[in-house]
Ligand binder design. Structure first.
Ligand code: AOF
Ligand code: ZN
Length: 365
């Protein structure tokens, strides 16, 4: 049985979802104000630096907010950031109860919003639809508490675990339903990332095409600046949103990439390769909250072994390559013993036609 409160929180969650991919580095938040069973105000956060979800909902409710119930997917804030505290606005409006989906992982808030409301005599009920509320703000939670972006590895594989044939052919493994969903995933993240090998092999655009949505930034990990000038990601429309991470200090190459409009980030070197941890710190510091890692295998293997991957979204298509060769999900050396394997927790399994999508997280140590 789902309660009235869960239904209202569900409505707040669907409002919050409208903001996914647009609010970074801030969270996606939804808010519903209910008086005697009727929704009198609704709001969602649209963009960092603009009014919070609660403010939009309070404006819509006006004087009807007095004595009303508020459903908000994230704990109301208590601090002066770019906007004044929502907890104070809720107190001033005279609301009766506040239902909260999740406590704000932002160290500047983290429970103080709830405390402020309670101190003013407002009843606060936390944890309503907690799982759903946390799911939409996984990237925010990671970034606001560690400064690092939330990294999701996405891959398309054959049932025998290959991402390409020996010759590098990978078009296409999965069906068009799966591929359309990948474009939706791209629209939800701040950036898509690939290694130089994948760029040279596939010359991808890394844009959102099969669905409506904004294009993410494109990050190319290219230690020795192998990217060719005619690469699609350096085209007139795309170069401005392309970031090239390198250890190279070839000033002429860097200057010519910058002239095209691309940004070049020089990173620390890890045995001649871009130090991925250093890169993640630099990207997080630029406010990049979420990244979809789309390959190739060398980059995915290095990120896995360094413990940088937060989530896996794997699409398995019903076909085999049928031999021992071909390219696997991860490059580099595997663990030697089963007890050292990278264990996962499966969160969700979904079908796209004949393809199977698995969402998983690294198992907590
Ligand atoms: C949002 N939108 O709907 C809620 C947020 O700099 P400020 O003032 O916008 O504050 C941002 C922080 O406020 C954010 O990190 C989060 O902790 C809290 N709540 N933020 O952008 C919202 N409710
Ligand atoms: Zn707020």
């Amino acid at each position: 049985m789902t309660s009235v409160h869960e239904n209202m929180m569900r409505r707040a969650l669907s409002l919050a979802r409208k903001g996914i991919g647009k609010t970074s580095p801030n969270p996606a938040v939804g808010c519903v104000i209910v008086r005697e069973g009727t929704v009198v105000g609704e709001g969602w956060h649209r963009k960092a630096g603009t009014p919070h979800a609660e403010v939009h909902a309070l404006r819509e409710a006006g004087p009807l907010a007095r004595g009303a119930d508020v459903y908000v997917t994230l704990e109301p804030c208590s601090h002066f950031g770019r906007t004044p505290p929502c907890a104070d606005a809720l107190v001033a409006a005279g609301v009766a109860r506040v239902f909260v989906g999740m406590v704000d992982p932002n160290p500047k808030v983290c429970g103080t919003g709830v405390a402020r409301l309670e101190a003013a005599g407002i009843r606060v009920i936390t944890g309503v639809l907690n799982g759903g509320c946390r799911l939409i703000n996984e990237p925010f939670a990671k970034h606001v508490s560690t400064g690092l972006p939330f990294l999701t590895l996405k891959s398309a594989l054959t049932l025998d675990g290959k991402t390409a044939t020996l010759s590098g052919d990978s078009r296409w493994i999965t069906n068009d339903k799966s591929r359309r969903y990948v474009h939706r995933l791209r629209a939800m993240v701040d950036a898509v990332m690939v290694g130089a090998g994948t760029l040279l092999a596939d010359d991808p655009e890394l844009t959102v095409r099969h669905v409506k949505g904004k294009n993410p930034l494109r990050i190319i990990v290219d230690s020795s600046l192998r990217i060719p000038h005619q690469a699609r990601v350096l085209g007139d429309d795309l170069a401005r949103g392309t970031i090239i991470a390198t250890t190279s200090d070839d000033r002429d190459r860097i200057a010519s990439l910058e002239t095209r409009g691309a940004q070049v980030i020089r990173c620390a070197s890890d045995k001649g390769r871009v130090d991925l941890r250093d890169l993640m710190e630099r990207l997080g510091a630029r406010g990049i909250q979420s990244i979809l890692l789309e390959g190739g295998s060398e980059l995915a293997g290095a990120a896995l072994r360094q413990g940088l991957i937060d989530k896996f979204i794997l699409f398995y298509a019903p076909l085999f390559l049928g031999g021992a060769d071909g390219i696997g999900l991860f490059g580099g050396a595997s663990v030697e013993r089963m007890e050292r394997a990278f264990r996962l927790e499966t969160a969700r399994v979904r079908r796209f036609g004949g393809d199977i999508m698995i969402e998983a997280y690294p198992e907590e140590a």
